[in-house]
Design a protein around this ligand. Structure first.
Ligand SMILES: Cc1cc2nc3c(=O)[nH]c(=O)nc-3n(C[C@H](O)[C@H](O)[C@H](O)COP(=O)(O)OP(=O)(O)OC[C@H]3O[C@@H](n4cnc5c(N)ncnc54)[C@H](O)[C@@H]3O)c2cc1C
Length: 336
């Protein structure tokens, strides 16, 4: 988990160290922290978004900011929540939601299948400081041959670590000998953790909670999401193939695991305003532009149509760059 937190910090630093300084260098950006977007303002006559309603997080003052185009990138759940909270007479189920797909098809990678094993030897080797980097096994299911039990697949992340004193938590023993054993490094272990593709499912969805609001009076979200048959089959297969790989690599005492993790634990939420060619079945077009509101772009995981099985953030960044390029071009042409 620490490694994952570290990676998340690195991701945040991407904005702090790269995109925000680049934007600041233009001299055309105003950064306004402590600003909670409440909803999007929609002009019925022009059919455009004209700005956002904001609550100042420190003074609680209600403010409005206007713009020619609007990019929502508050993450998949929050961007959808903002739009669900921006209903108008025309869009009674949420702004830009003529398809009814806003908030639907919520996905997260399914995680929790894998195996761990003991790698004999190298007892005279220890790591100093950080351990060497982990490994990645790209998706191998349904690449060349169709698997009979499920569609799509999963990748493995993994690492080798030497057990430390914490192994005492599940070892039997007591007294001085036991403590002495734990004061020395244990055996080398290797673990494969699977990250599987979650398929879009209309019944995995979010909605505004009519009973509860957050600290700023904005309706909270109710989240309805569960693994379906395909995700469960992937998780099961992860335990089998991880065990097979460890066995082929000469590992001993192989222990498959299948954790009962709820969606959300992999923290790769996406899919709540999916892309598509048909405005009847999707919220955004291929440029992350809302079918219903041409000057509204949603550039986060909300746009995803399926989840693949890899870490998603670089894809979001690439899609955002592409959407920006398109929007600038459209503005130059006078289309926006
Ligand atoms: C612990 C952890 C580990 C992760 N590890 C990985 C990884 O290894 N690889 C990977 O690819 N992904 C990883 N992820 C996922 C990754 O962090 C997200 O995919 C990515 O941050 C999504 O980017 P985003 O810009 O859409 O949303 P965010 O990064 O969440 O940014 C949204 C921003 O909008 C702001 N915001 C939200 N609501 C409002 C509002 N109403 N008004 C104003 N501002 C608002 C938020 O404060 C936030 O600053 C991890 C996530 C977590 C939590």
């Amino acid at each position: 988990m620490l490694a994952r937190l570290h990676y998340a910090l690195l991701l945040q630093q991407r904005s702090l160290n790269s995109t925000l300084p680049a934007a600041q260098a233009t001299g055309k950006i105003t950064i306004r922290p402590h600003s909670i977007v409440h909803s999007v303002i929609f002009d019925r006559s022009t059919r455009k978004a004209t700005g956002v309603r904001v609550i100042d997080g420190q003074t609680r003052e209600a403010l409005e900011f206007r713009g020619r185009i609007l990019f929502l990138c508050a993450s998949a759940l929050e961007s959808a929540r903002i739009l669900l909270n921006s209903s108008t007479t025309e869009f009674s189920n949420g702004l830009a939601n003529s398809s009814g797909e806003l908030g639907r098809n919520l996905m997260d990678h399914c995680m929790g299948g894998g195996a761990t094993g003991l790698i004999p030897g190298n007892e005279d080797k220890i790591t100093l400081g950080h351990r060497p980097n982990g490994i990645y096994v790209p998706r191998f299911r349904n690449v060349k041959e169709k698997h009979p039990g499920f569609v799509r697949g999963y990748g493995f992340q993994g690492d080798g670590v030497r057990q430390n004193w914490q192994r005492g938590a599940w070892m039997t023993g007591f007294g001085a000998d036991f403590k002495h054993t734990l004061s020395r490094p244990g055996p080398w272990m290797f673990t494969f953790y699977g990250f599987g593709e979650c398929l879009p499912n209309h019944e995995n969805y979010i909605e505004l909670d009519t009973q509860r609001v957050d600290a700023w009076g904005v309706p909270a979200l109710k989240i309805h999401c569960a693994w379906r048959e395909n995700e469960r089959a992937l998780l099961k297969d992860m335990t089998l193939t991880a065990s097979e790989m460890l066995s082929a690599a000469g590992a001993k005492q192989i222990e498959p695991f299948l954790e009962d993790n709820a969606p959300g634990l992999t923290i790769h939420e996406m899919g709540t305003a999916r892309m598509g060619r048909d405005p009847k079945t999707s919220v955004l077009n291929a440029h992350n532009q809302a079918h219903d509101v041409k000057n509204l772009f949603i550039t986060d995981g909300a746009c995803m149509t399926s989840s693949a099985c890899v870490n998603p953030s670089l894809t979001y960044m690439a899609l955002t760059a592409r959407a920006c390029d398109f929007a600038v071009d459209q503005m130059k042409r006078g289309e926006l």
